[in-house]
Design a protein around this ligand. Structure first.
Ligand code: ZN
Ligand code: ZN
Ligand code: FE
Length: 762
């Protein structure tokens, strides 16, 4: 302010407004600029490490209105955690500016997740002459982000848009601060942007109108199409065509795993699936995940065999909308373009080689996918969204934590891998990586760690890894020549849940899980811990049961059933008593029984997942699993509604289900409906968890209970446990934004490592 000048109108005050949340890389500063100009406010806006800061000259009521407008009109992909507005020392501004940020930490939060096509662009696609039906239309509020970024700062040159020179019209939009495409890095039009090509068996089609017609025709005729999507290739076919779906299943080598389905719109979706309002909101959000929803009307039976839910999503790329315009069908299968457990294909040449032979056409485009991301998978249980696979639309959004996690790299688990980097108080979780035992996935893991390090300017000082010595993530950690810290699997699961809820105190941790290495060398998974980040006490656990053949028992639930039966009945066990074992070759079951008798290759486990396996096999729902967690998922799907009965169990030194098994066998012999038995079993588990938590609470005086581990993906179980505990006065915490399965493990590893490092420093 110039001293000595006499204002010729009533002096206005100066306000400083700090906004925290997801406000970077989502068009927030141009939005503020436009809003300020519209309201004739002067001042500036800048990005800061912790969000966005604004200063304005305004009357107090003007400032209030401005803040209200920020809240009401904010860009769709932004999320405001808080806005703090207060009067500041007087300054006099002559215009409104976007300040160039000199903050070195700015880059950390600038990588936005990919954003689904916005409403305005959908409209522009029908009205802007240079973008009529143009399938790569985008703006500051929508379009690819993480999938195309190579390096920082986030600038077109550093993305896979680099080869595309903007035409004059695009450049004008890109440089005009009042335009919705101001600094939208992937801005493009039909003149200057990327293009699709359709590789049919005999010809390659380049004309987009013809491409979209032919693609629709092929799908309508029951053919399979490989389509390059946002984070990788996908395979598509008519979701109501039995033959096409079966053919796709065969080609993908995917025995029983359900396919995800894209519906043309919400109306079509509601015809086939039951929807609650919050589920609709999740499906329509800019993240556009796959949501597991309850079936109402059948699609082709091969879409999800033996399950009560279907994974559904809505269009999120311009191409999806354009395709459905030409396609009268209500839904298409849209499953990741890979074979078995390999990572989703992103390379065009590989797509033609691998997907080409069994697809009737390959729809590709000439912009590179730099960071592979699968579709994210989420569900809505007990009034809250629960993420099951965190990838497109969510990654790499950092997760704010209460401890300083700077410099820590958490390597995750093995089967459903996801790693995490600590920057300051942010946990940056990688996209879903997958099963590291697959060689290509391991390569994707190594490559992604390298990319995240570069993107987030990260230097690892400490690596936190799982205690399992044979996990490939552990082995990778040991090759790094950096200080290591091994972290118990279930401790990490609970810490992940605690971190999500900002808990930093002792809690009762209930980890219901598949398998995790225990500190006694046994395989844990039905665990009751008393823990904080610094450490844990194992208070109770499911009793140890032999797992005949180790990993082979996980793939063959009937083996686990034999493990349980032998454990309880020993030499009284008569295999021919069990109808379900008739389907197993007698020499096979005899061999497994011998293994158990002689205690050969039968590691002990307290796993909850394996308990579900055994019961699922006992009911004949799944004796051999064609994919991970098939048996527990089938058991859950079978559970009847409104059953209150349950079985007995015993809690002593450990928790035994001997009485449960005896009663289930009696119910089976009585011919009881399997749905009722499944429900009774689920109720038993709910009662067990409640009783165990109560016991620990009485001893310790602690009444906060954190639930985590892959078994809590079971809706029946999660809902039942949460309800029962909270009705009895416990404070219950469960995973929402971070998966309860091993995909959320790295967050817990990060938190525990940070705390152990802090304590060592003290
Ligand atoms: Zn847009
Ligand atoms: Zn252009
Ligand atoms: Fe686990």
């Amino acid at each position: 302010m110039l001293s000595g000048t006499i204002p010729n109108f009533a002096p206005v005050a100066t306000f400083v407004i700090n906004i925290h949340g997801r406000v970077q890389g989502v068009g927030f500063r141009p939005f503020i600029y436009r809003l300020a100009v519209r309201n004739e406010l002067k001042g500036w806006v800048e990005n800061r490490t912790d969000g966005v800061r604004i200063k304005i000259n305004a009357e107090p009521d003007q400032a209030v209105r401005f803040v209200r407008a920020i809240r009401e009109e904010k860009p769709p992909a932004s999320h405001i955690v808080e806005i703090i507005s207060k009067e500041d020392s007087a300054e006099d501004f002559s215009d409104f500016r976007i300040l160039k940020s000199e903050n070195s930490g700015e880059e950390i939060t600038q990588v936005s997740p990919d954003i689904a096509l916005c409403k305005d662009c959908l409209e522009d696609m029908k009205t802007q002459s240079h973008r009529l039906d143009y399938p790569f239309i985008n703006c500051t509020n929508c379009g690819p982000r993480f999938t195309i970024i190579r390096d920082l700062p986030y600038d077109r040159e550093k993305t896979s848009m680099k080869p595309f020179r903007m035409c004059e019209r695009c450049r004008a939009e890109y440089t005009e601060i009042l335009d919705r495409r101001f600094h939208a890095q992937p801005v493009a039009c039909s003149l200057c942007g990327p293009e699709y090509k359709l590789h049919c068996k005999k010809e390659v089609i380049s004309d987009f109108d013809q491409i979209i017609r032919t693609s629709a025709e092929l799908i309508r005729e029951g053919k399979i199409l490989a389509i390059k999507g946002m984070g990788g290739y996908f395979l598509a076919c008519d979701a109501q065509n039995e033959k096409a779906v079966d053919r796709l299943r065969l080609a993908k080598n995917r025995d029983g795993k359900p396919f995800a389905v894209m519906f043309r719109n919400m109306d079509s979706l509601k015809e086939f699936l039951h929807m609650q309002k919050p589920e609709e909101d999740i499906l329509q959000s800019w993240r556009r995940p796959i949501l597991l929803a309850k079936k109402k009307k059948s699609l082709a039976s091969g879409v999800s065999v033996g399950f009560s839910t279907t994974g559904a999503m809505l269009p999120y790329m311009p191409l999806h909308y354009l395709l459905f315009e030409k396609l009268e069908l209500p839904a298409i299968v849209l499953t990741s373009g890979n074979i078995s457990e390999e990572p989703i294909i992103i390379d065009d040449k590989k797509a033609l080689e691998v997907l080409g032979p069994f697809s009737d056409a390959v729809l590709t485009y000439n912009r590179e996918i730099h960071n592979r991301t699968d579709d994210s998978v989420t569900t809505y249980v007990n009034g809250r969204e629960r993420l099951l696979r965190r990838s497109r639309g969510y990654v790499p959004e950092p997760f704010i934590v209460s401890n300083k996690v700077e410099g820590i790299l958490a390597t995750g688990a093995e089967l459903v891998n996801c790693f995490s980097l600590g920057r300051n108080r942010q946990a940056i979780m990688s996209q879903h990586i997958g099963d590291l035992k697959n060689l290509e996935t391991l390569e994707f893991y190594r490559e992604s760690i390298g990319r995240f390090k570069k993107l987030f300017q990260f230097n690892a000082e400490l690596i936190a890894h799982d205690l399992h010595p044979d996990y490939l993530s552990t082995r990778w950690a040991k090759e790094q020549n950096i200080k290591l810290l091994g972290i118990q699997h279930h401790h990490a699961h609970i810490a992940s849940c605690m971190a999500e809820h900002g808990l930093d105190e002792k809690v009762i941790g209930v980890a219901m899980d598949g398998v995790g290495y225990g500190d006694d060398g046994k395989i844990w998974g039905g665990e009751f811990l008393l823990c904080d980040y610094a450490g844990y006490e194992r208070k109770l656990h499911f009793e140890y049961i032999p797992m005949p053949g180790g990993d082979a028992a996980t793939k063959n639930p009937w083996r686990m059933l034999l493990g349980y039966l032998y454990h309880y009945q020993k030499e009284d066990l008569q295999l021919d008593q069990f109808e379900v074992l008739q389907s197993i070759a007698p020499d096979q079951s005899q061999l497994v029984l011998d293994m158990l008798r002689k205690d050969i290759n039968s590691p002990l486990t307290s796993s909850a997942g394996r308990l579900f396996d055994a019961v699922s096999a006992l009911l004949g729902l799944c004796t051999t699993a064609s994919f991970h967690a098939e048996a527990p998922m089938k058991l859950e799907s079978a559970a009847a509604k409104n059953i209150n009965d349950s079985y007995s169990f015993t809690i002593a030194e450990d928790i035994s289900f001997k009485e449960t098994f005896t009663a289930i066998i009696a119910d089976l012999n009585r011919g009881m409906d399997k749905g009722i038995i499944s429900a009774k079993f689920h109720n038993t588990l709910i009662n067990t968890i409640f009783a165990a938590a109560k016991k620990i609470s009485l001893e310790s005086g602690i009444n906060k209970v954190a639930l985590s581990g892959g078994t809590f993906q079971n809706r029946y179980l999660l809902e039942g446990v949460e309800t029962k505990l909270s009705e009895n006065g416990y404070k219950v915490f469960s995973q929402e934004k971070i998966p309860a399965n091993d995909g959320g493990l790295a967050l817990g590893q990060l938190m525990i490592a940070a705390e152990k490092r802090r304590l060592a420093c003290v």
